[in-house]
Design a protein around this ligand. Structure first.
Ligand SMILES: Nc1ncnc2c1ncn2[C@@H]1O[C@H](COP(=O)(O)OP(=O)(O)OP(=O)(O)O)[C@@H](O)[C@H]1O
Ligand SMILES: [Mg+2]
Length: 233
């Protein structure tokens, strides 16, 4: 579904990604892990069209999307839930959710909204509340729900558990498992390495802009090197 080849991205001359190769197959949940500053967010931004690579290609659904504007990549079905959520704090929960389905018919929006409320019943209860007054965990649910409103083919998540209580993190990971069962392909960036490797089919480890390890998530979770370097075991 997604193939990233030899991707190089820099910020005004500072190299953030150097020669990254990564693949996500249809129906897979792939985790992208690595220390702070490794380039995880940069990779998601480049795939989403928010950063233009200096070299390399991004192929999504058999089409080269490198250099396309972000909204066109999103329309094709590759949707990012950014770090920090980026909600409209003064708008209500339902208004934020509906924004995610703006290009769909009213009937489709209603159907998706019902599904989002099924996945996150608390959002149905709080549909009229301003998003900015929700807890961090609830805001993350709105951000995820908003992305789901567009029925993404590839859902990319940047640190969905960041700054969120363990209770909400557990709920969000349960919903990710549910979304995966329903057939959505996912690329997950996550600090909580253990939780990410438990959920993922495969994983890539990024270090200072390069992929240093990749493989089935259970093998990486069992690898001494990963345990020592990243799990602190
Ligand atoms: N807007 C920017 N301008 C300049 N440098 C940037 C910018 N954004 C990121 N960088 C640099 O690019 C590198 C990769 O950053 P990136 O945010 O992709 O890492 P990350 O793996 O997502 O880290 P974190 O775990 O902290 O979110 C870092 O060295 C960072 O300092
Ligand atoms: Mg990041």
């Amino acid at each position: 579904m997604l193939t990233v080849r030899d991707l190089h991205v820099d910020y005004a001359g500072v190299v953030a990604l150097r020669g990254v190769d990564l693949r996500v197959g249809a129906g897979e949940l792939v985790a992208l892990v690595g220390a702070n500053g490794a380039g995880k967010s940069t990779l998601l931004a480049a795939v989403s069209g928010l950063h233009r690579p200096v070299r390399g290609t991004v192929t999504f659904l058999d089409e080269d999307v490198s250099g396309l504007p972000a909204y066109r990549i999103a329309r094709r079905g590759a949707v990012l839930v950014p770090e920090g959520r980026r909600l409209f704090g003064h708008q209500t929960v339902v208004q934020n959710l509906l924004l995610g389905g703006y290009h769909r018919t009213a009937a489709e929006r209603e159907a998706e909204l019902a599904r989002v409320y099924e996945l996150f019943p608390v959002l149905a209860e709080r549909s009229g509340q301003r998003a900015g007054t929700l807890s961090g965990g609830e805001q993350q649910m709105v951000a995820l729900g908003r992305a789901l409103m567009s029925r993404p083919k590839l859902l990319m998540l940047d640190e969905p558990s960041l700054g969120i209580s363990p209770k909400f993190t557990k709920m969000i990971f349960e919903v990710l498992a549910e979304i995966r069962r329903a057939g959505t392909t996912m690329l997950l960036v996550e600090q909580n390495l253990r939780a990410a490797l438990e959920l993922a089919d495969r994983a890539y480890v990024l270090q200072t802009g390069e992929v240093v390890m990749s493989g089935p998530a259970d093998e990486l979770a069992a690898s001494d090197e990963v345990r020592r370097s990243y799990l602190g075991l």
